[in-house]
Design a protein around this ligand. Structure first.
Ligand code: MN
Length: 230
């Protein structure tokens, strides 16, 4: 008998629609809020740098529900990073910042979960970050709000609570590289396509979570995301 293979991309819920957003790639921007860049040991406005997570690292969480995330193996220091996520609806290469919004389908709130102890060791050795950043379920994400409904948020509170205590708080206006610039620069390196997600960096206050913790993130005018660490 011939073996059959099939792959189904993760589908992220789209607010106000029965359709899902099929994930093609997950790009992430590092150190995009000044205060967080400082807590990670950098200074000033360096060119943005990118890393990726596999598409199936996405952990879609429907609105009003709490997504269960398994505590990943090989770490004793799992960190939360709450981020604005851009969902690409129209692809392109060498996109100009001035026309970047035309390529964005919508926005969501996401968590760039990180095995910080592994990342610290990889940084020290100058090695790639994949095992620290691209593990299974490392990208919880809430429903995508179409830009047609909410516009393109350039400011607004972004925050994360753990068990009801505030851990991270920032404002989208404090991004070092703003969304159109990120789309423009990323599209110089990769041809963007519908289904791509871009995690745009996290504000200060990253820290560890443990089994049993409940994470609640929110971004003004974009939505909220609830995840329980199992
Ligand atoms: Mn991040």
């Amino acid at each position: 008998m011939q073996q059959q293979f099939s792959l189904t991309p993760p589908l992220v819920p789209i607010a106000g629609s029965d359709a899902g957003f099929p994930v093609r790639r997950i790009y992430c921007v590092a150190r995009n809020y000044a205060e967080h860049a400082r807590e990670m040991g950098s200074s000033g406005r360096e060119a943005p740098f990118f890393f990726m997570k596999p598409a199936d690292a996405a952990l879609p969480v429907a609105a009003g529900t709490t997504g269960p995330m398994k505590y990943p193996p090989k770490t004793a220091d799992l960190h939360h990073e709450v981020e604005l996520v851009v969902a690409i609806g129209r692809g392109g290469r060498n996109i100009a910042a001035a026309s970047a919004y035309e390529h964005i389908f919508g926005y969501a709130i996401g968590l760039d979960m990180t095995r910080r102890d592994l990342q610290a060791e990889l940084k020290k050795q100058g090695r790639p970050w994949d095992v620290a950043k691209g593990f299974d379920q490392s990208a919880p994400i809430g429903a995508i709000q179409p830009a047609a409904a909410i516009g393109h948020p350039a400011q607004g509170a972004i925050r994360l609570d753990v068990n009801g205590d505030e851990r991270q708080r920032g404002d989208l206006a404090d991004m070092i590289w703003w969304v159109p610039e990120i789309v423009a620069i990323l599209s110089e390196y990769f041809e963007l396509a519908p289904g791509d997600l871009i995690f745009t960096g996290t504000p200060a206050g990253v820290g560890p979570v443990k089994r049993g913790d409940v994470l609640f993130g929110s971004i003004e005018n974009v939505g909220s995301l609830s995840v329980a660490i199992a």
